[in-house]
Ligand binder design. Structure first.
Ligand code: C2E
Ligand code: MG
Ligand code: MG
Length: 643
C-alpha cells in the first residue's frame, strides 16, 4: 500500500492549486488557462492512476472492474501525455511565443508526438500492444509501450530545452521555478525507473506546478485588481516579448481624457468601477479571436488592448464601445462624467518596431492633430517631424547639452504706461544638427521627465548672464531680463551659489534679472525652495509668477509669496471674446492691482487685444503683436529701431 501514499498526497495538492487559482481569479488570459488545464489534467491522471493501482491489489478483477481498469488506462495515458503538451504551450505562452504555434510547421512538430500517442492508443483497442487488462493479471504493459515513453520523452527534452533557452526572456525567479518544475519531474522519472513501485511522479509534478504558481502565476504582480485588467507593467513586459517574437498584433490605446479630474470627482472607488465597466464592455465586443484580446490599464486613465492583427473594424472601436456601454454612459453623463475616449491604433511591427516608441506614442498621440476627431492612426503620426523629434528626445537633449546647441531667444515686453519696451523674456530653443529648431514646448517637459532640465537650465542661466554683461540694458531701455526657472532647478540647494558665481563671472547687477517660477514650484514647496527664494531675494533678485490662470491658481499663494510680478497666461486672454472670460480677466487685473502686484499679460496677438488690455489698465503686455521671441542680435536691433 505504501507506494500510493505519494499519489494520495498529490490529489489534495492539485486540488489546492485549483482552488487558489479560482479564488485569485486566475482564469482569464492564455497563460492562466493553460496553467489551469495542466493542473486539471494532472489531477485527473493522478486519480485515474490511483484507482488503477488500487484495482491491481484486488486481483482477479470482476468484469466491471476490468472494464473500468481498461478505460482508466486510456484516460491516464492520453491525459498524462497531453499534460506534457500543455506545459510546453504554457511555456511558449509565458514567453509570448504564441505566434510560433500559429505557424503550420511548428504546429505540426509540436503536435506530432501526441498524435502518434493517440494513434497508438486507438490501435491498442484491437491489438493490446500498448497495454492490456485481464481479470487475472490486471493491467500489464505491452510490447509497444516504450513507444509512448519515447514520445513523452520528446516533450520532456523539448520542454526542458526551451525552458533553458527562455532564460533570456524571463525574470530570474520565474525561470528558476519553471526549470525546477522540469527537473523535479526528471528526478521522479529517474526514481521510478529504479524503483518502479514508488509512484513519485505525480507528486513531484504537483510540487513543480505549485512552485510555478507561487513564483510565476502572480496576478498581484500582473493585475490591477481594482479594475480587473492587467497592469501597465505587464503591458510593457508583454510588448517587449511580442516584438521579440515577431508576432503581428494591433495595439489599441484608449485614453480617457480628464481622467485625473474624473477620478477626483467620482472618488477612487467609483472611478475603479467606471474603468472596469469600460474594460468589460471592451471584452464584450464581438471580437474574431476573443482569446487573443488582452487588456491593460495605466493609471490614471489609459487602457491598452493587444489584439490579433486580423481583427477587423478596428477604426470604429470608439463607436463600438459607445454602443456597448449604451445606457450606462447616460447614467455617468447625468452625473457629470462625459465619456470621450481618444483612440490610437498601432499595428506592430508594421507601424513601429521598438517597444519604447510604442510606449511613448501611447503617451502622446493625442497631442497630435488627427484628421478624424479622436481616432489616431499610428501610421500617419509616426511619419511626422514631431514624432521623430519626440522619439529621439533623449539623444537630442544630451547632444544639446554636450555640443551647446541651446540658443536663447528674447521676447520684448511692452510697458503700457510709457509706451516703450521695458523688459524681455529669455526663451530657450534647441538648434539640433539633425532636426533643426526645436521649441521648448516639446523639449522642456521632456528634459524634466528625463532628469536633464538642470543641465539645460544651467546653460540658459549662463547664456542670459553673458547676454546681460555684453549689452547695456539701460541704453536699450530695458529694466531686466526674465529667466524661466523650472521646479527641479529651484529644488537644488546650490542654486543661489550658481547664480552668485555667474553674477561675479559676468559682473551682472541682480536688478537686471527677474526669475520666473510657476505655481508648481509652490506645490513642491520644500525648505530648500523657500530658502533659495529668500536667499536670492537677499542677493537682490526679484521673482515673477508665470502662467497664472492655468490649473488651480490661488490668489492666497500670490499674496503670501514674495513676488514682484504676476504673468497672466495666454489662455486667459484667449477667453476674452466671451462675456465671462472678459469679466474674469478684468477682475484678475483689478485684484492684482489691489494687492499691489505688477501684471504682465501674455499672448497678445492682435491690435484689439492690446487695446483691450490697455483699457483694463494692466501694466505690461507680451505678445506676437509686438514681436515674436527673437535671436539675440535681431532682438537688439529690434529694440534699437523701436526706442
Ligand atoms: P512661458 O514662460 O509662459 O513663455 C511664454 C510663451 O508664450 C513662449 O513660448 C512665447 O513664445 C509664447 N508667446 C508669447 N507671445 C505669444 C503670442 O502672442 N501668441 C502665442 N501663441 N504665443 C506667444 P515658447 O518660447 O514656445 O516657450 C514655451 C514655454 O517653455 C515657456 O512658457 C516656458 O514655460 C518654457 N520655457 C521656455 N524657455 C525656457 C527656459 O529657458 N527654461 C525653462 N525652465 N522653461 C522654458
Ligand atoms: Mg515664462
Ligand atoms: Mg507664461
Amino acid at each position: 500500500m505504501k507506494e500510493i501514499y505519494f499519489h494520495i498526497c498529490a490529489i489534495p495538492l492539485f486540488t489546492m492549486i485549483l482552488i487558489v487559482c479560482y479564488s485569485r481569479k486566475m482564469t482569464k488570459g492564455n497563460a492562466n488557462r493553460l496553467f489551469l488545464a495542466m493542473t486539471v489534467l494532472s489531477l485527473i491522471s493522478t486519480v485515474a492512476d490511483l484507482i488503477m493501482v488500487i484495482l491491481s491489489y484486488q486481483l482477479p478483477l470482476t468484469d466491471a472492474e476490468r472494464l473500468l481498469d481498461e478505460v482508466l488506462g486510456y484516460v491516464y495515458l492520453s491525459l498524462h501525455n497531453l499534460t506534457n503538451v500543455v506545459i510546453l504551450l504554457f511555456l511558449l505562452s509565458l514567453t509570448r511565443m504564441t505566434s510560433l504555434i500559429q505557424k503550420k510547421r511548428i504546429k505540426f512538430v509540436i503536435s506530432l508526438p501526441y498524435v502518434l500517442i493517440v494513434a497508438f492508443l486507438i490501435q491498442n483497442i484491437f491489438t493490446h500492444t500498448i497495454f492490456s487488462v485481464t481479470s487475472e493479471a490486471g493491467y500489464a504493459r505491452g510490447v509497444l509501450m516504450p513507444m509512448i515513453y519515447i514520445m513523452a520523452a520528446l516533450y520532456g527534452i523539448g520542454g526542458l530545452g526551451y525552458c533553458i533557452y527562455s532564460k533570456r526572456f524571463l525574470a530570474k525567479n520565474k525561470w528558476v521555478s519553471l526549470l525546477c518544475m522540469y527537473l523535479l519531474s526528471y528526478f521522479a522519472v529517474a526514481v521510478q525507473f529504479f524503483k518502479p513501485k514508488l509512484l513519485l511522479e505525480m507528486f513531484c509534478n504537483g510540487l513543480g506546478i505549485m512552485g510555478v504558481m507561487l513564483s510565476v502565476m502572480r496576478p498581484e504582480e500582473r493585475m490591477d485588481s481594482m479594475v480587473g485588467m492587467e497592469s501597465w507593467k505587464s503591458y510593457r513586459e508583454d510588448l517587449r516579448n511580442i516584438l521579440r517574437s515577431g508576432e503581428q498584433v494591433a495595439i489599441v490605446v484608449i485614453r480617457l481624457p480628464n481622467s485625473r479630474e474624473i477620478l477626483s470627482f467620482l472618488g477612487e472607488h467609483k472611478y475603479n468601477d467606471y474603468v472596469s465597466e469600460i474594460g468589460n464592455a471592451l471584452r464584450a465586443l464581438p471580437w474574431n479571436h476573443p482569446n487573443h484580446v488582452e487588456l491593460y490599464f495605466e493609471r490614471p486613465g489609459t487602457i491598452y488592448l493587444i489584439v490579433d492583427k486580423d481583427e477587423k473594424e478596428m477604426e470604429s472601436i470608439g463607436d463600438r464601445l459607445y454602443a456597448e456601454l449604451g445606457i450606462r454612459l447616460q447614467e455617468y453623463a447625468a452625473n457629470g462624467v462625459r465619456f470621450e475616449p481618444q483612440v490610437c491604433l498601432i499595428r506592430c511591427p508594421d507601424d513601429l518596431k521598438k517597444a519604447e516608441d510604442i510606449i511613448s506614442l501611447g503617451h502622446m498621440f493625442y497631442t497630435f492633430d488627427s484628421g478624424r476627431e479622436n481616432t489616431f492612426q499610428a501610421k500617419e503620426l509616426v511619419s511626422s517631424r514631431v514624432f521623430a523629434i519626440r522619439s529621439h528626445m533623449e539623444e537630442i537633449l544630451k547632444r544639446a547639452i554636450q555640443e551647446q546647441n541651446i540658443v536663447m531667444h528674447y521676447q520684448p515686453i511692452y510697458d503700457v504706461r510709457t509706451g516703450c519696451f521695458h523688459s524681455a523674456e529669455a526663451l530657450a530653443r534647441i538648434v539640433d544638427p539633425e532636426f533643426g529648431l526645436i521649441s521648448p514646448g516639446i523639449f522642456i517637459p521632456a528634459s524634466e521627465e528625463l532628469g536633464l532640465i538642470v543641465h539645460i537650465g544651467d546653460e540658459v542661466l549662463e547664456q542670459v548672464f553673458r547676454f546681460i554683461s555684453e549689452h547695456d540694458l539701460e541704453a536699450l531701455g530695458l529694466e531686466y531680463i526674465e529667466i524661466n526657472l523650472s521646479v527641479a532647478q529651484c529644488m537644488q540647494s546650490v542654486l543661489p551659489e550658481k547664480i552668485r558665481h555667474l553674477q561675479q563671472k559676468y559682473n551682472v547687477d541682480p536688478r537686471h534679472v527677474n526669475l520666473e517660477i510657476t505655481e508648481t514650484t509652490f506645490e513642491n514647496i520644500s525648505e530648500v525652495v523657500m530658502e533659495n527664494v529668500h536667499e536670492l531675494i537677499r542677493m537682490g533678485y526679484t521673482f515673477a509668477l508665470d502662467d497664472y490662470g492655468i490649473g488651480y491658481s490661488s490668489i492666497q499663494r500670490v499674496n503670501h509669496f514674495p513676488l514682484k510680478l504676476i504673468k497672466i497666461d495666454k489662455s486667459m486672454l484667449d477667453e476674452v471674446s466671451s462675456r465671462n472670460g472678459r469679466m474674469i480677466l478684468e477682475h484678475t487685473v483689478h485684484m492684482m492691482r489691489s494687492i499691489e502686484k505688477q501684471l504682465v499679460v501674455e499672448g497678445a496677438e492682435t491690435r484689439v487685444a492690446v487695446d483691450l488690455l490697455k483699457k483694463m489698465d494692466c501694466d505690461y503686455i507680451q505678445g506676437y503683436y509686438f514681436s515674436r521671441p527673437l535671436p539675440a542680435e535681431d532682438f537688439v536691433r529690434f529694440l534699437e529701431e523701436h526706442k
